[in-house]
Design a protein around this ligand. Structure first.
Ligand SMILES: Cc1cc2nc3c(=O)[nH]c(=O)nc-3n(C[C@H](O)[C@H](O)[C@H](O)COP(=O)(O)OP(=O)(O)OC[C@H]3O[C@@H](n4cnc5c(N)ncnc54)[C@H](O)[C@@H]3O)c2cc1C
Length: 505
C-alpha cells in the first residue's frame, strides 16, 4: 500500500466545516490533507435553507453566544464572497392573536439589530401591510409586518470555493475518497483511505486528526482503533420543497406556524420558491435521508396558511432533505436542540490528538475553523495569526456593494452572452467567470451545448478547478441547472463527463 510523508493535519469530511478547517490551517502554513467520501458538499452542506443568518428563532432558546457570533459573520462572509452571498430582506407578517405577541417579535428584532455589529445591512422596519406590495401574495389577514435583514448563500458553492482556496494554499483535497480506518500511535495517526470508484487503498500519516464527518461523526469512530464509541450527535432531519415562483420581488417571507415552529419562503433560482424547513429526529442512515410525504404536506399546509393561492403537493417540482449533525444537549424536542457547535478533543497523554466537530452552521463555519485552529495550535505549535477574516474566496475579490458594476464589466467583455447567462456565471464564479470564458468570442467557442446555458467550457472549468466528476456534481451542487435540464440533456452531460471521454473534451 502506498504511503506518503507525515502531514500535520488530516481532516475527514468535505462539508463546510472540514473544508473551512482545511483552508484556515493550510493558509497558516500547516500541511493538510482532506478526504471526502463522495462529492464536496454532498452531505448536509448542500441541503440547507441557505441563509447566512443570526437565527432569529434561536433567541427564543437563549442562544445569545451563537446568535451574536452568527450576526457578526454575516457581513464578514458577504465581503469575502459577494458573488455567492448577498443580502436579503425578510418579511415577517404579524396579526393580532398570532403565535407570538408583537412586543416579543419587536424585542427579538431589536436584539437582532443590536447584538452583532452590522454596518451595511439595513436594520428592521415596520411595514404597513395595507399598502406594502409584500401583502399582495398573502391572505388579507395582516395589517402589519416586520422586515429585517440577513444574507443568502449558495451553500454547495460556498463549500467548493472554500476547498478551492484551501487547495490554492497547499491543502491536498481528495474527493470520492473514504477514510476507512485509522490507527493511533504516540506521534501520528495512520489512516487508510479508499478510492470509492476503484477500491484502491492507500495509507496517509498525520500528526493530528480532525473528524468533521457531519452526520457520520459518530460512525467514523467505529473504524478508529482503540476509540470508544461517542454518542454526542443528535441527527435532526430538515426538508425543503421547491415550487414554481409563488410571489414577485426579491424579499423572502418568515412565517410562524401554529405549532410554534417557523418556515421560510425564499425566491430561488429566478423562477422558483424554496419553502422550508422541517425539524424531526432522524435515526436512519444519513446517506438515505429523503423528504417524507408528511413533511411535504406539513410544508404545503404551513405555507398555505399565509399565501393567497395555496401550495399544493402537486406544485412541488423538487425537494431535498438533510440531516443536521447537532450536539446532543439532551433537549426534549428536535427544534430545541442547540445549533451551536462543540469541538471535542480526544488527546490522551502520549497519543496523537483527535478533535471531533459537532453541530455548527454554514454561517459560523469560518469562526468554527478559527476555534479549531486554536486547539490545533495548542497541540502542534503556533504557525500564524488568524487570517480568514478579510480574505476573499475565489472569484470574490471585489467590493461587496459592487456586484452590478462587476457584472457590467463581464457583459462588456463577453457581449455575446445573454444578460441572464452573464448574471448566472457572475453569481457562481464572480471574477473567475473570465477564466472560465477565456478568449471566447461566441457561443461556438464555449464548446458542446447541454441546455439551459450550460456549455462544455463551464463543465471543463468545474472538472479542472472544483473536483466535479459526475453530472450530478455539476447539476445539483456546482450549479442548480438540474432544475432546468431534461433527462436526455442530462444523459448527454453524463456521457461527456465519463473519464474515458476526457480526451475528447
Ligand atoms: C435542513 C437544514 C437547513 C439548514 N439551514 C442552514 C442555514 O440556513 N444556514 C446555516 O448557516 N446553516 C444551516 N444548516 C446547517 C448546516 O447546513 C450544517 O451545519 C453544515 O452544513 C454541517 O456541515 P459539516 O461539514 O459539519 O457536515 P457535512 O456537510 O455533512 O459534511 C460531512 C462530510 O463528511 C463526509 N464523510 C463522512 N464520513 C466520511 C468518511 N469516513 N470518509 C470521508 N468522508 C466522510 C460526508 O460525505 C460529508 O460530505 C442547515 C442544516 C439543515 C439540515
Amino acid at each position: 500500500m502506498a504511503q506518503e510523508k507525515t502531514l500535520d493535519i488530516f481532516i475527514i469530511g468535505g462539508g463546510i466545516n472540514g473544508c473551512g478547517i482545511a483552508r484556515d490551517a493550510a493558509g497558516r502554513g500547516f500541511s493538510v490533507g482532506l478526504a471526502e467520501m463522495n462529492d464536496l458538499a454532498s452531505g448536509t452542506s448542500s441541503r440547507a435553507t441557505k441563509l447566512i443568518h443570526g437565527g432569529l428563532r434561536y433567541l427564543e432558546y437563549y442562544e445569545f453566544r451563537l446568535v451574536r457570533e452568527a450576526l457578526m459573520e454575516r457581513e464578514v462572509l458577504w465581503a469575502n464572497a459577494p458573488h455567492i452571498i448577498h443580502p436579503m430582506r425578510f418579511v415577517l407578517p404579524y396579526h393580532k392573536g398570532g403565535v407570538r405577541p408583537a412586543w416579543l417579535l419587536r424585542l427579538g428584532l431589536f436584539l437582532y439589530d443590536h447584538l452583532g455589529g452590522h454596518r451595511k445591512l439595513p436594520t428592521t422596519r415596520t411595514l404597513d401591510m395595507r399598502t406594502d406590495p409584500a401583502a399582495a401574495s398573502l391572505k388579507p389577514l395582516f395589517t402589519k409586518a416586520f422586515e429585517y435583514s440577513d444574507c443568502w448563500v449558495d451553500d454547495a458553492r460556498f463549500v467548493a470555493l472554500t476547498a478551492h482556496d484551501a487547495a490554492n494554499r497547499g491543502a491536498a483535497i481528495h474527493t470520492r475518497t473514504k477514510a476507512v480506518s485509522a490507527r493511533r500511535d504516540a506521534d501520528a495517526w495512520t489512516l487508510v483511505l479508499e478510492n470509492t470508484d476503484t477500491g484502491v487503498q492507500k495509507e496517509v500519516r498525520a500528526r493530528l486528526l480532525v473528524n468533521a464527518a457531519g452526520p457520520w461523526v459518530d460512525k467514523v469512530l467505529q473504524n478508529i482503533e482503540g476509540e470508544r464509541q461517542l454518542h454526542n450527535v443528535r441527527l435532526v432531519q430538515g426538508s425543503h420543497i421547491v415550487v414554481r415562483k409563488k410571489f414577485p420581488g426579491s424579499r423572502s417571507y418568515f412565517f410562524q406556524n401554529n405549532d410554534g415552529r417557523i418556515i421560510f419562503a425564499i425566491p430561488y433560482e429566478d423562477n422558483f420558491t424554496l419553502i422550508g424547513t422541517t425539524d424531526q429526529d432522524y435515526h436512519g442512515d444519513p446517506a438515505k435521508v429523503a423528504i417524507t410525504g408528511e413533511e411535504i404536506i406539513y410544508l404545503c399546509d404551513a405555507a398555505s396558511e399565509y399565501f393567497r393561492e395555496p401550495v399544493r403537493t402537486e406544485d412541488v417540482v423538487w425537494a431535498y432533505s438533510g440531516v443536521r449533525p447537532l450536539y446532543d444537549d439532551g433537549a426534549s424536542k428536535a427544534q430545541e436542540a442547540t445549533r451551536d457547535y462543540v469541538l471535542k478533543e480526544d488527546a490522551p497523554e502520549g497519543a496523537a490528538p483527535l478533535i471531533h466537530v459537532f453541530g455548527g452552521k454554514l454561517t459560523t463555519a469560518r469562526k468554527l475553523a478559527e476555534h479549531m485552529l486554536e486547539k490545533i495550535e495548542r497541540r502542534l505549535g503556533r504557525k500564524a495569526a488568524p487570517w480568514t477574516y478579510a480574505a476573499p474566496l475565489p472569484g470574490g475579490d471585489f467590493p461587496e456593494t459592487a456586484f452590478e458594476q462587476e457584472l457590467e464589466k463581464l457583459k462588456a467583455a463577453y457581449p455575446f452572452l445573454s444578460p441572464a447567462h452573464a448574471r448566472r456565471l457572475f453569481r457562481l464564479y464572480g471574477t473567475r467567470a473570465g477564466i472560465l470564458l477565456g478568449s471566447a468570442a461566441s457561443h461556438a467557442d464555449l464548446g458542446e451545448y447541454f441546455g439551459a446555458d450550460l456549455y462544455a467550457a463551464e463543465v471543463r472549468y468545474l472538472i479542472e478547478n472544483e473536483w466535479a466528476r459526475k453530472a450530478e456534481d455539476v447539476l445539483w451542487r456546482r450549479t442548480k441547472l438540474g432544475l432546468r435540464l431534461n433527462a436526455s440533456e442530462v444523459s448527454v452531460l453524463e456521457t461527456f463527463m465519463l473519464p474515458e471521454t476526457v480526451s475528447h473534451r
